[in-house]
Write a new protein. Structure first.
Length: 250
């Protein structure tokens, strides 16, 4: 059984090792986390190489000129830049990875069901990323690590982010109340994308779970899956996770 390696085992970014699939990521980046969850759910082993997205290193820009994470380098295959390209590629299966049917389809169901899953993926990786997760990372993580930046979060910006977070949590609460999983009857990449964003926010202690009990139950179900273990092992130097971050029954 293949597992994604934990953050503590991550090597420095190298671009020439052909012996394993390699995911270039940042450990609290929700887009990277959604791909890590998908890879683990599909039992695809990867080597993790961490990249600091604010550094804009020439070596990384040579791989992805957009300077965005994640990037998946497929063994003896293409280099896939961005969560959209990676998720669609994984949805079709990596050639030669296994002769067995995958245990999970990232975009299950009929044509309408697959379209709904993709709509929600775009909601979380687009709308929620812009309005909440990315801004929270900028205020509480990146600003502390950027040379010369003010490490103190701006109170007015945090208030706006928390308002936006409640809007997105209310939507997750609504979806989880109406459906077995967010996009329908089956777990899909929409669940993994939403859980990835909430896991980042939860690490930073910014999810008001008590206000959204149905969303909390849904998140507990996803968080309890084996694929989530790698994320729960993540730690940022100088920034401990929230007290309940690793608790499966919080």
């Amino acid at each position: 059984m293949s597992l994604v390696r934990s953050a503590e085992e991550e090597p420095e970014l190298t671009l020439t090792d052909p012996t394993m699939h390699k995911l270039i990521h940042f450990r609290l980046c929700p887009l990277s986390r959604s791909v890590r969850l998908a890879l683990a759910e599909l039992d695809i082993e990867v080597e993790l190489a961490e990249e600091k997205p604010w550094e804009w290193r020439e070596e990384f820009l040579a791989v992805n000129p957009a300077g965005e994470l994640p990037v998946l380098q497929v063994q003896d295959g293409p280099t896939l830049c961005g969560v959209y390209a990676i998720s669609e590629y994984l949805g079709d299966g990596i050639d030669g990875e296994t002769d067995e049917e995958p245990t999970l389809s990232l975009f299950p169901g009929d044509r309408a069901a697959r379209a709904e899953a993709r709509r929600l993926v775009d909601w979380f990786n687009g709308k929620m990323q812009r309005e909440a997760t990315q801004e929270l990372l900028l205020e509480k993580v990146y600003a502390r690590l950027l040379p010369g930046a003010d490490p103190s979060p701006a109170a007015d910006v945090l208030r706006a982010i928390r308002t936006n977070l409640r809007y997105h949590l209310a939507y997750v609460n609504h979806l989880a109340h109406q459906r077995r999983w967010l996009a329908g009857e089956e777990l899909s990449f929409a669940d993994l994308a939403a859980a990835a964003h909430l896991s980042t926010v939860d690490y930073l202690g910014e999810v008001p779970w008590e206000e959204f009990p149905v969303a909390k139950v849904w998140y507990q179900r996803v968080k309890s899956r084996r694929a989530f273990r790698s994320l729960l092992a993540d730690r940022m130097p100088g920034a401990a996770p929230s007290a309940h971050y690793t608790d499966l029954d919080f």
